[in-house]
Ligand binder design. Structure first.
Ligand code: IPE
Ligand code: IPE
Ligand code: MG
Length: 256
């Protein structure tokens, strides 16, 4: 039987603007090293790039921006650098939270809270609490985050719910698993950007980015600006997302 013709006006090839962008903010240390500066200076300038990125995300009409700020594996860094990174996070929240709130940004934190210092955990909680009712950009801060750890935790929750008789093990599906991840209720990222030229995910949103487009930028994070964001979105717009299906042109050919 002939397939009905596809209406390409209703289903244009190419990809519109992303709803959710994830960013692996990498290369702060190398940015500093290239300038003969201490790594700390790169991390400090990285915070300025975060401010720019949040502003740009709003201007570019994104609904969700996830920033990978500290990974579960970053604990393997020297104690002094970890302490610098914790200090920068605290300063960022103390300095910028009021302005984020005024800009109608909703802050959501993903990652493990348990092994964080109490003042760090309290500030993250405060940022979420203050901005909970905002309906502008959702800024998802991945802090002490690792995708494998998040998925193991989801499995543990499912097992506990099954043991408690709240769910039937045979009925566990993708939605049940996704609902127990830290990102429950947040749409999957359409695009993941990584700076620094490195081409890997480093344990970032492994479940959620199953069908994300990946853009690797050859600049270090402190140099990320509005133009870099626009260029990443332009690369995204030129991609054709198929989700395992067949490109629209090919359907048209096989139908004729
Ligand atoms: C990204 O920059 C910041 C974090 C991972 C916290 P890096 O600190 O990883 O900088 P490079 O990759 O060593 O240059
Ligand atoms: C990924 O960067 C983590 C963050 C950006 C927070 P890393 O610098 O830790 O990644 P690897 O070690 O190069 O894979
Ligand atoms: Mg790095």
């Amino acid at each position: 039987m002939m397939k009905p013709p596809i209406d390409h006006d209703l289903d244009p090839p190419g990809t519109s603007a992303p709803v959710h962008v994830g960013i692996i903010m990498d290369g702060n240390g190398r940015w500093a090293k290239a300038r003969g500066l201490p790594r700390y200076e790169g991390q400090r300038r990285g915070v300025e790039a975060v401010r720019r990125a949040v502003r740009s995300a709003g201007e570019l009409g994104l609904r969700y921006l996830t920033i990978y700020s500290f990974s579960s594996e970053n604990w393997s860094r020297p104690a002094e650098e970890i302490s610098d990174l914790m200090g920068l996070l605290k300063r960022f929240i103390r300095n910028d939270l009021a302005e984020l709130h005024q800009s109608n940004v909703r802050v959501k934190v993903i990652g493990a809270r348990a092994n964080l210092a109490s003042d760090v955990a309290a500030l993250l909680g405060e940022a979420e609490e203050l901005t909970r009712g905002n309906d502008g950009l959702t800024l998802v801060v991945a802090f002490n985050y690792g995708a494998r750890q998040e998925m193991v935790e989801a499995a543990r929750r499912l097992a506990a719910d099954a043991l408690a008789g709240k769910i039937d093990a045979a009925s566990i599906d993708e939605a049940a698993f996704g609902a127990r991840l830290d990102t429950a209720g947040i749409p999957d990222p359409d695009l993941v950007i990584r700076t620094s030229g490195e081409q890997r995910l480093s344990n970032f949103l492994l479940w959620q980015a199953a069908y994300a487009e990946l853009v690797f930028l050859p600049i270090h994070w402190p140099d990320f600006d509005h133009a870099a964001f626009v260029s990443a979105l332009a690369q995204y717009a030129a991609r054709e997302r198929r989700f395992g299906g067949v490109a629209p042109e090919k359907i048209a050919q096989s139908a004729s």
